[in-house]
Design a protein around this ligand. Structure first.
Ligand code: NDP
Length: 283
């Protein structure tokens, strides 16, 4: 079997086109959707991420504000900025780029963002809403993974989904979204003995670990759908996921590549969340 490659770039472009239409409709009504991106310090990877987020806003008709502060910014100063953005009617989404410098409590910062503008979906209120099935912002990466499944007509209902990883930003919300979609969900992590025992039973595998080649062909049931969230570098410095793409694509029925799979979806779902927030403000 040769797996179908799930084209995250194409799905992303399609959703971004819808975002641009919705942004134009809101703007025509006098409410331009706005995202504030806050960066503290000079982490090079974070600088690339925030630049890409701002660029995606510009390309799709959203207003964006990039606030950059030196690593010496105090926690109190950052909290005051977040509170000011909470009150700013031109801003519908607030994203504080993580990681923050060690002297700032990330948890406190996230909890200061208004749940109405928490487009990253990291606030406890957003996580709680997801847990109990209430409306709220879904974390962008798992939300994007759900859209990728949808794009290939893979309905999780009745399927066994195995999520590898249990972080608050990927693994746990991914498991919740799959559960909401009526999959039977197993969550594996570093203390799971015999990971392959679980993955071999899965109709859908989502790998969100951060270790390259950790999911091999022998661990995958023939015909399974494999979503690779991992972002790692191989020995040559090339971007790669958690999945042995070569091997697994011979066993799976569909698979996301890295790059070009989950990656482009994360920023796209950030735009979707910001648009949804602005639409709510316009009601
Ligand atoms: P974390 O490091 O927070 O979580 C990794 C998870 O993997 C943990 O739950 C850990 O278990 C588990 N784990 C570690 N080793 C093993 C193992 N040998 N077997 C099974 N489980 C294991 O990472 P994130 O969730 O933040 O990110 C995961 C990956 O996804 C990273 O590569 C990251 O770069 C990437 N990523 C990609 C995004 C994208 O847009 N494409 C967005 C966000 C993340 P335990 O809890 O027990 O420690």
């Amino acid at each position: 079997m040769t797996a179908r490659i799930i084209d995250g770039l194409a799905v992303s472009q399609q959703i971004r086109a819808e975002v641009a239409e919705r942004a134009a409709a809101l703007t025509a009504r006098g409410l331009k959707p706005g995202l504030a991106v806050v960066l503290v310090g000079d982490n090079p990877a974070s600088q690339v991420y925030v630049r890409n987020k701002v660029k995606a806003c510009q390309e799709n008709g959203l207003h964006s504000v990039l606030e950059q502060y030196p690593a010496t910014l105090t926690e109190a100063e950052l909290l005051a900025r977040v509170e000011a953005l909470n009150e700013d009617p031109a801003i519908h989404g607030i994203l504080v780029q993580l990681p923050l410098p060690a002297h700032i409590d990330s948890h406190k910062v996230i909890e200061t963002i208004s749940p109405l503008k928490d487009v990253d979906g990291f606030h406890v209120a957003s996580a709680g809403a997801l847990m109990v099935g209430q409306p709220g912002f879904k974390p962008c990466t798992p939300y994007g993974c759900m859209k990728l499944l949808e794009s290939i007509g893979c309905d999780p209902k009745g399927k066994h989904a195995v999520v590898i990883g249990r972080s608050n930003i990927v693994g746990k919300p991914m498991a919740m979204l799959l559960l909401q979609a009526s999959a039977t969900v197993t969550v594996c992590h570093s203390a799971t003995p015999d990971l392959a025992h679980f993955t071999r039973q899965a109709d859908i595998v989502v790998a969100a670990v951060g270790k390259r080649n950790m999911l091999t062909a022998a661990m995958v049931k023939p015909g399974a759908v494999v979503i690779d969230v991992g972002m790692n570098r191989n020995d040559a410095g090339k971007l790669c996921g958690d999945v042995d793409f070569e091997g697994v694509s011979k066993v799976a029925s569909a698979i996301t590549p890295v790059p070009g799979g989950v990656g482009p979806m994360t920023i796209t779902m950030l735009l979707v969340n910001t648009i949804e927030s602005a639409e709510r403000a316009a009601r």
